[in-house]
Design a protein around this ligand. Sequence first.
Ligand code: NAD
Length: 507
Amino acid sequence: MTNIITHWRDGAIYDGTSDQWADVTNPATGKASGQVALASTGDAAHIIASAKAASQTWRETSLARRTQVLFAFRELLNSRKEELAHLITAEHGKVYSDALGEIARGQEVVEFACGISHLLKGGHTENASTGVDVHSKRDPLGVVGIISPFNFPAMVPMWFFPVAIAAGNTVVLKPSEKDPSASLWLAELWKEAGLPDGVFNVLQGDKTAVDALLQSPDVAAISFVGSTPIARYVYEEASRYGKRVQALGGAKNHMVVLPDADLDLAADAAVNAGYGSAGERCMAISVLVAVEPIADELVARIVDRTRTLLIGDGSKAATVDGKEADMGPLVTKAHRDNVASFIDSGEAAGAKVVIDGRQVQPRGEQDGFWLGPTLFDGVTPDMDIYTEEIFGPVLCVVRAKSYDEAVALINANPYGNGTAIFTNDGGAARRFEEDVEVGMIGVNVPIPVPVAYYSFGGWKRSLFGDTHAHGTEGVHFFTRAKAVTTRWINPAARPEGGLELGFPQNV
Ligand code: NAD
């Protein structure tokens, strides 16, 4: 039976009126598992109207009540996360334990947002001028749109909506059409947690739905995560319509290994961060910069480890003798074919194919979207496997003669999402932290995704806008500041006021 996936509006499933649908597939079988509605502009307007109607009441709901709903949501999510992980694996393809990991990182943001009362506290200054007090406050924006990518159907929306909702906004989430089911599961969870209808809504669809959000006068802000060309478009279009925008884009993350590094630790990290989630992570390591003379030894250790990986259906049901696959399929056939075409072009350009993922033998159905881990050595910066974001299990080794050459590579790259250095030299690590033009840096940590109370975001083509996700930057993004200057007449201190047409002096 085909699973029909539609929208969520006013606390209930909303079918919409569009006759446009897209197939949703299980990447491990290659078979369609459902169909997702692609909203019309009219459907989008209906859903945005619900979010708008709920906005005033929600912003006036006490902080105590809003926080209670957040805590209830956190408890439900924690107790039922296995259900969500199954949904993610079935539509995205990442292995079940990795799906649980994604939920855990999203849950961190929910926990952060449970402390919103503290985060919304303003400042107060008494007697800033004689008898005059000043205080600051942060108001919600109204309706906010969240547009998310396929690779983290639960975590990326959770980077934003817990903070947005806790701060008193209402939300329209536009998930990826490739794995849309997690969004409806989360919507039902909110309902169970006691969130009033209309505060959290889901709009399924493609560019039509996105454009409706970007152009609606009733949407105040957009949080987008996806590829760089679309991030740039979203940033420019939403800005043109007067919105506040944060648009997180693609990446090409370099991991530098200095000669004094622990090579076993570095090899483990390169394999985990290069091939985890089939390389479909914006913080995946796609370029390994080996600073000579350790490249041969490091590549050998990576090869040994990669050859032990089990590629297959990552669902819990496919676990054999308690062993889960290490890496699942890619998200769609088109994406698998695109990544495979990069392997062809890297080989044609003269890079050495040390491990060839095109010859994978998966534990799974033949029609799954399989591609094994691929390791290139001798990659140079002119090759398209170096310049393009491949977003698959393809790790490129570039050999550098020195630390300076490694850093120059990173800084010449148009992306600036994440990077890492492996070394036992504290001075070199400290220098690296200062030298690189990248938003998130790891020292002997390959995927340095900040914890929820710090903010997530890259530099350069990896982020359009100024504000990073979650942490205090997230709170600032979803609120705007007011400064209030107050004078109350003190009858005992009359006379007050008087005519004075000049700028008030500090008295
Ligand atoms: P994508 O850009 O194709 O899609 C992202 C969202 O935009 C989806 O909701 C999609 O429906 C919508 N969209 C697609 N084409 C559109 C168009 N022409 N007009 C308007 N909207 C459109 O990205 P994806 O393939 O789903 O995700 C992978 C990309 O996301 C990679 O580039 C990855 O690096 C990036 N990503 C970045 C981060 C980060 O934090 N910087 C995190 C996760 C993923």
